[in-house]
Ligand binder design. Structure first.
Ligand code: ADP
Ligand code: MG
Length: 292
């Protein structure tokens, strides 16, 4: 059992080790890494506690299942390409009283993904739209759905590049297959007519086939300024908003509040000064604040 052969018998590494070596090999081939890692330890625990063989096997298989689920969630999170992993645990709902907390928590159960419904988060910069989109994406990964996170600008860039390289169809199919597509930041950058059309096609192809989350700093009436054409905007909104939950996230910028708070506490001389939000601009991309 311990792998050491008695003198005169087969040398170490052949017969003496065979069961363990073969077992390790087979478990690897069967892709049961947790069983391989745990079987010896669990065997000793079961022997100590007088647990019978079926229950020993059950414990091992359950450990493998739990681990496998965890690995699959990790894989889905990696595949989603989130710029950061954020959850509702770190989201302060009191900071944005206008947001319907009940609706957000209901969405976090991800039944909307099963129903292939969409979510649109609208509001000015720094109000937590991306945070909410990331948290919903994370919840979807944990519930077993495939997720892709991208920004509108990056998605359009990818689509144009794929078109130029004659692999647009493949990318469109991939984008259609994912259960939840998150398109962040529609509105900061106006799109070219081709870009707008390609984006429209993505939404159109996903219509009633998969869920899409869109975040935007612009109210619907201003989407034409990004998409260029009124007709295209109408058709896109028609599809996107047919089965939709709208999160209205207007309020003070969380970034601005946080950094004002930080500066006040780090500079006691300024502590009594009012925060002059009007004299500062927030870069929508980086969240950096510059005085003007
Ligand atoms: P938006 O996408 O609306 O511009 P973000 O989601 O990027 O805003 O939020 C800016 C920063 O502030 C992020 O680091 C985010 O995690 C944080 N944040 C925003 N709102 C909240 C909130 N209500 N609770 C906790 N963190 C928040
Ligand atoms: Mg954002």
């Amino acid at each position: 059992m311990n792998g050491k052969s008695a003198p005169g018998k087969m040398p170490t590494g052949t017969t003496g080790d065979t069961p363990q070596v073969l077992l390790a090999h087979h478990l690897k081939q069967l892709k049961l890494p947790t069983v391989l890692r745990e079987y010896d330890k669990v065997a000793r625990e079961c022997a100590r506690d007088g647990v019978d063989h079926p229950r020993y096997l059950l414990r091992l298989v359950e450990l493998e299942l739990i681990d496998r689920e965890r690995r699959m969630v990790e894989r889905r999170i990696k595949a989603a390409r989130f710029p950061a992993v954020k959850s509702f645990d770190t989201f302060d709902f009191t900071a944005i009283p206008g947001l319907n907390k009940m609706l957000v928590l209901e969405l976090a159960r991800c039944e909307f993904v099963l129903r292939r419904e969409n979510v649109i988060a609208l509001g000015n910069s720094g109000t937590g739209k991306t945070h909410v989109a990331l948290a919903l994406g994370l919840a979807a990964c944990q519930k077993g759905f495939t997720v892709t996170f991208t920004t509108a600008a990056s998605l359009v860039h990818q689509l144009m590049e794929a078109r130029d390289e004659r692999r647009l169809l493949k990318l469109q199919r991939d984008l259609q297959a994912v259960k939840l597509l998150i398109v962040d930041e529609l509105g900061y950058i106006p799109l070219s007519p081709t870009g707008a059309e390609l984006l429209f096609e993505v939404f159109s192809q996903r219509y009633e086939r998969g869920s899409t989350i869109v975040t935007s700093n612009l109210p619907f009436e201003d989407w034409t300024s990004v998409l260029g054409s009124e007709r295209l905007t109408g058709a896109l909104l028609d599809r996107l908003t047919h089965h939709v939950h709208i999160l209205t996230m207007n309020g003070d910028s969380y970034r601005l509040k946080q950094s004002s708070g930080r500066r006040r506490s780090s500079n006691p001389e300024q502590a009594a000064e009012p925060i002059r939000a009007t004299s500062e601009t927030v870069d929508p991309e980086t969240g950096e604040i510059s005085a003007s």
